[in-house]
Design a binder for this molecule. Structure first.
Ligand code: PNS
Length: 136
């Protein structure tokens, strides 16, 4: 089975890598797909997000990196032959945010979402905080 782990990855973090690594153990192939989150202002250019993701996942043989200019994740899934969406969940607030999207993606594309709880010690990591601390 092929899965997509979509995200802004702006920038990719050790938390993303943890989820990607664990998903890679569950599926034949995992595509890390950089998408636009309409609720977030972008920081890094797409090329930098892709380069960082590629570097971080270089040791994961069944993980590939991609991006999509399309508006909807389900359109990408259909075009790329993806079976499952993977999303990392750090907190109950994350889950509350993710559930409606998972239901909508199933409604629109008939595709299920697998939630992977982040590992202990990684729940405080977010792209926003990584970017903020990098500017220190
Ligand atoms: O890393 P993020 O910002 O939490 O990732 C969110 C992302 C990009 C996966 C989400 O915003 C998304 O799927 N955007 C594409 C639009 C879409 O298909 N939304 C879900 C339908 S409700």
């Amino acid at each position: 089975m092929r899965a997509v782990f979509p995200g802004s990855f702006d920038p990719a973090t050790q938390g993303h890598l943890d989820v990607a690594r664990r998903a890679a153990g569950l599926f034949d192939e995992v595509v890390l797909c950089v998408l636009t989150n309409p609720d977030k202002a972008g920081r890094l250019p797409l090329a930098e997000r892709l380069a960082l993701l590629t570097r971080m996942t270089g040791d994961l043989a069944n993980v590939v990196v991609d991006s999509s200019p399309g508006r909807l994740l389900v359109d990408y899934c259909r075009a790329a032959g993806i079976d499952v969406i993977v999303r990392g969940v750090r907190t109950p607030a994350d889950l509350a945010h993710e559930l409606p999207m998972a239901r909508m993606n199933r409604h629109l594309g008939g595709i299920e979402t697998l939630f992977v709880p982040t590992s202990p010690g990684q729940a405080h990591i977010s792209s926003t905080l990584v970017a903020a601390t990098a500017r220190r």
